[in-house]
Design a protein around this ligand. Structure first.
Ligand code: NAI
Length: 479
């Protein structure tokens, strides 16, 4: 804590560098800046205490300052151990002040956290001082939401269970975190759950967790699925990855992509962007899928759809985009050719079996540079694994660029305003934003690209059965 601002970041002296980048980012984030202007007087988020868990990048810094500009009090952590841009974290803490007298927003995030540090940071979200917790959550991947739900569950039971032998290392750390919390305040997360007006969730994986909780009747507060705004998943997931995947590959390895055989596992929104960008570089791209519809899409887009086993020995590059588990096993890694590059852009690290890789007898890990590891097998061949199997577009680069994140984050801010200002209208379910707001987000980004939209005449609108001002498509339309 310095000058009354709590924080845990790498280096506050990076704030100036962060601020310069934020200034440039603001120009590329017309949606967020328009929302700031629209609501400056109204202050719709006054009274909101938002716990935010989302990659602490420059774009997120502009989001945080937008929430604050609308009246919210905010605490922030990153939702991934490698995704923080330290200069962005510093700029948010420093605010209008200096490193000695910061005046900004509390951030607990730095690039290269351990898992223990990651969960310690996440815990810091829930203490706004004076005995107050958050009353809103903004999540990416659902870790903040998970901590509240698990915490409240164990508080009700009065004890945190012991981890089983088979439990994932990260789950053990979560249990330890909650055990500490229960000892210091046995009602902490129960209170947070009761106070929280809702959560707005950024990504596919976090949304899947929310629908599961809602289905089981265990969701403790209303949720807005930001991911499935059209202006989020059909833009950020696809066009964002189209930019940041190749950025990450280049910064990590600088390997020539043209001519290489690249496997993209999963052909959903992220997979489509990944395949497109690799093809753009001249790579020969093949796809794996489990869903016949997405497999057929890949085939119709001109890519061969294969099983991983068919190409594991020939491919030069493997990118997982499924949001699933066990996609690339230790056996696959052992079968790859020398210096094959392996990276994941799905939300969690279990798409690539890193734990299994570490257990291969005689395998040796040589760190080339941060977030780039060569794993040498006893037979002499090696594979190059990026960001330890975690989101490599954020670990090896700086994630998606500002313009596309402006679309995603404008949805986030609108969703926060919805849940905060209309608590009576939302039950403990998962909602998507109405289409007119989705269209509004898109509209806010047209001028910057010189788009001249055609306006329907009254006759045309009647003919189509829509309003002149939209919404233009029925709910079931898929874009
Ligand atoms: P999606 O559901 O549209 O696509 C995933 C695809 O993977 C689906 O088509 C599914 O059929 C396929 N799939 C599942 N299991 C498979 C398997 N075993 N083998 C082959 N294919 C399989 O989801 P979306 O939106 O593309 O997101 C994917 C992941 O990426 C999620 O974890 C999401 O949270 C994350 N994400 C990451 C971003 C980043 O910046 N790195 C940005 C946005 C989302």
């Amino acid at each position: 804590e310095r000058n009354g601002v709590q924080f845990a970041v790498a280096d506050l002296s990076l704030a100036g560098f962060g601020r310069h980048q934020m200034r440039l980012a603001e120009h590329e984030m017309p949606g967020l800046m328009a929302i700031r202007a629209e609501y400056a007087e109204q202050q719709p988020l006054r009274g909101a205490r938002i716990a935010g868990s989302l990659h602490m990048t420059i774009q997120t810094a502009v989001l945080i300052e937008t929430l604050v500009a609308l009246g919210a009090q905010v605490r922030w952590v990153s939702c991934n151990i490698f995704s923080t841009q330290d200069e962005a974290a510093a700029a948010i803490v420093v605010g209008d002040g200096t490193a000695e007298t910061p005046t900004g927003t509390p951030v607990f995030a730095w690039k290269g956290e351990t898992l223990e540090e990651y969960w310690w940071c996440t815990e810091q979200l829930f203490d706004f001082g004076d005995g107050l917790g958050p009353n809103m959550i903004l999540d990416d991947g659902g870790d903040a939401t998970l901590l509240v739900h698990k915490g409240a569950e164990f508080e009700k039971a009065g004890a945190v269970p012991q981890a089983g032998e088979e439990d994932h290392l990260e789950y053990r750390i979560i249990l330890d975190t909650l055990r500490r919390s229960l000892a210091s305040d046995p009602q902490r997360f129960t209170k947070v759950a009761a106070e929280t007006k809702g959560v707005t969730e950024e990504t596919t994986t976090g949304v899947a967790r929310l629908y599961k909780l809602a289905k089981e009747g265990e969701l403790l507060f209303p949720a807005i699925n930001v991911n499935d705004s059209v202006t989020k998943s059909k833009f950020d997931n696809k066009y964002g990855i189209r930019h940041s995947l190749v950025d990450g590959l280049n910064r990590a390895t600088d390997v020539m992509l043209g001519g290489k055989l690249a496997v993209v596992c999963g052909y959903g929104d992220v997979g489509k962007g990944a395949a497109e960008t690799l093809r753009g570089q001249g790579a020969r791209v093949v796809v794996t899928e489990i869903d016949p519809i997405c497999a057929l899409q890949a085939a119709m887009d001109g890519m061969q759809v294969v099983r991983l086993e068919d190409v594991v020995e020939q491919a030069d590059l493997f990118i997982t985009t499924t949001g699933g588990t066990d996609i690339i096993t230790a056996g696959h890694l052992a079968a790859m050719k020398h210096n094959a590059i392996v990276g994941n852009v799905g939300h969690f690290d279990d798409e690539i079996d890193m734990a299994g890789l570490a257990k291969v007898p005689g395998v040796e890990r040589v760190t080339v540079k941060p977030q780039v590891d060569e794993w040498r097998f006893p037979d002499g061949h090696a594979v190059i694994v990026l960001s330890e199997g975690r989101l490599m577009n954020l670990g090896n680069a700086t994630g998606h660029p500002s313009f596309v994140m402006s679309n995603s984050f404008t949805n986030q801010v609108i969703a926060q305003i919805e849940l905060w200002t209309k608590p009576g209208e939302y039950a403990k379910q998962v909602y998507v934003l109405p289409k007119h707001l989705d269209e509004k987000v898109a509209r806010l980004h047209l001028d910057a690209l010189g788009v001249r939209l055609t306006t329907l005449t009254k006759k045309q609108a009647e003919y189509l059965g829509v309003d002149v001002d939209g919404p233009f498509k029925p709910e079931h339309y898929r874009y």
